[in-house]
Ligand binder design. Structure first.
Ligand code: CU
Length: 482
């Protein structure tokens, strides 16, 4: 991958009113701009646990990570035996800067084998956490050390790759944020881990095969939506003061469309950091595994509370039937006059389009067949994962993959270990240019992506990130060789 240059122009401006006030000519304090900081404790309800870095070196983050079942109160008055990293749901936030080394001493205290996959991170194949491919499953009581460099700024996440639909569904996931020290301050940061969990009224975990074949086909959405592990939490904001939301979808199957009445977002980035241009969007969509980097200036009546909503997303046959918006989280506006922001720093990330001249074209079709001894069989090109025939790529080769979906359900495609660029969607060019590792392939769509297979050989997985589809075989691998 070529070096990425980021150019930033920051300009401040002060309104005429404020200037007059500064000059002492302001006699109406009601019109004075509000505070320039968020209220104290504004995001305490969604605070994420962090890791305990035991390494004194400034560019090494070293810590213990333990998966175990812990009793948590996820819905009021109930106890859920959640599957957790370091006892919390979501697991602790891991945060570093580009170039830092991550050393994770992982221990499995779960009742079954697991691994840790680092979603979106360009790491060596041996660190990718895929059982039987990059490492043996880590048995109960076993341990494994993950050790790699954080190469690219962006928002990533970690989760198991063994029995993933169940283990992720039970709560095993956490965020990894990699900072670019040269990036400007876009606004007050809020990290939002979106997920869901299937619970009974008393808080017990629903079985991972709830809903039978329908659950398999639609992908199982938990009946309780969580934001940073909390049900409909409250965030208190200073009206009119700009924020940067780093949103990560860690649900096993649920798509999230974010509805924030009357507000508009500026989407500045996706999976692998900033896009090459910002986009205005009213209701951002995040498919399973995807991340969004959003700028928003919440405006509302001082002292009022607004509900941010999950909006049903069209993702194929029957996916909108009987669905209504659900609560995501609440925003309370502080009882203060609206703030005045500095101008938003210009987002100008130069991303060179991958040169696809002479690139190998590869068909990757999502398939659902009702053949086979077990009834429903999902696969890639009609081949279920149990019978996988590896795709092939050479180091330094550029390939164009045609992601084809003629099934009745949308499929979120995810490639391990490499970013890709989206070329077109049913022949229509897709902009802005961005580094992606997860992309929705809606019903009836063919999406072409360009992949540069860089210097990291190995067997890399790609699959549908509706984890119930992956479990039924909608996964494959690509052998990247010298
Ligand atoms: Cu799928």
């Amino acid at each position: 991958m070529k070096a990425i240059r980021t150019t930033v122009h920051t300009a401040s401006f002060v309104t005429l009113t404020a200037l007059l006030c500064l000059a002492g000519a302001c006699d109406d304090p009601i019109d004075a701009p509000g505070p320039t900081e968020q209220p104290p404790g504004w995001q305490d309800e969604v605070a994420l646990a962090t890791v305990d870095d035991v390494n004194p070196a400034p560019d090494i983050i070293e810590f213990d990570l333990t998966a175990s079942v812990e009793n948590l109160e996820l819905t009021p008055g109930t106890t859920t035996p959640a599957w957790t990293y370091n006892g919390t749901l979501p697991g602790p936030l891991i945060r570093g800067k580009v170039g830092d080394r991550l050393i994770v001493h992982f221990t499995n205290n779960l009742p079954e084998p697991t691994t840790v996959h680092w979603h979106g991170l360009r790491l060596p194949n041996a660190m990718d956490g895929v059982p039987h491919i990059t490492q043996p499953p880590i048995e109960p009581g076993g341990s494994f050390t993950y050790d790699f460099i954080l190469r690219d700024a962006g928002a990533y996440w970690y989760h198991p790759h063994v029995n993933s639909a169940a283990q992720v569904g039970y709560g095993l996931y956490g965020a990894v944020i990699v900072d670019d020290p040269n990036e400007p301050e876009f606004g007050d940061e809020l990290i939002l881990v979106l997920s869901d969990i299937g619970l009974t009224d008393s808080g017990a975990l629903l079985p991972p095969d709830t809903g039978g074949e329908f659950g398999d086909l639609f992908g199982r959405e938990g009946n309780v939506i969580l934001v940073n592990g909390r049900v409909n939490p409250l965030i208190t904001v200073q009206p009119g003061l700009r924020q940067r939301w780093r949103v990560l979808n860690m649900a096993r199957s649920r798509y999230y469309t974010i509805g924030f009445d009357g507000q508009t977002f500026t989407r500045i980035g996706n999976d692998g950091g900033l896009a090459d241009a910002p986009v205005e969007v009213e209701m951002p969509v995040l498919i399973p595994g995807e991340r969004a980097d959003l700028i928003i200036t919440p405006t509302g009546r001082r002292g009022s509370v607004t509900q941010v909503q999950w909006i049903p997303t069209e993702r194929g046959y029957g996916s909108l039937f009987n669905r209504v918006p659900e609560d995501l989280f609440r925003i309370e506006f502080a009882d203060e006059a609206a703030s005045i922001n500095d101008e938003l720093p210009t987002v100008e990330r130069d991303i060179d389009p991958i040169d696809t001249t002479g690139a190998t074209e590869v068909d990757v079709e999502f398939t659902i067949d009702d053949e086979g001894p077990d009834g429903l069989e999902m696969g890639i090109n009609h081949v279920p994962y149990a019978e996988v025939v590896p795709f092939e790529a050479r180091i330094g080769e550029t390939q164009v993959w045609k992601l084809i979906n003629d099934t009745d359900f949308a499929h979120p495609f995810h490639l391990h270990g490499y970013f890709f660029q989206v070329i077109d969607d049913n022949g229509v060019p897709v902009l802005p240019l961005a580094w992606r590792d997860t992309i929705d392939v809606p019903v009836g769509h063919t999406i072409r992506i360009a992949i540069d297979f860089d210097e990291r050989p190995g067997t890399w997985m790609f699959h549908c990130h509706i984890l119930d589809h992956a479990a039924l075989g909608m996964m494959a691998v690509v052998n990247v060789t010298e």
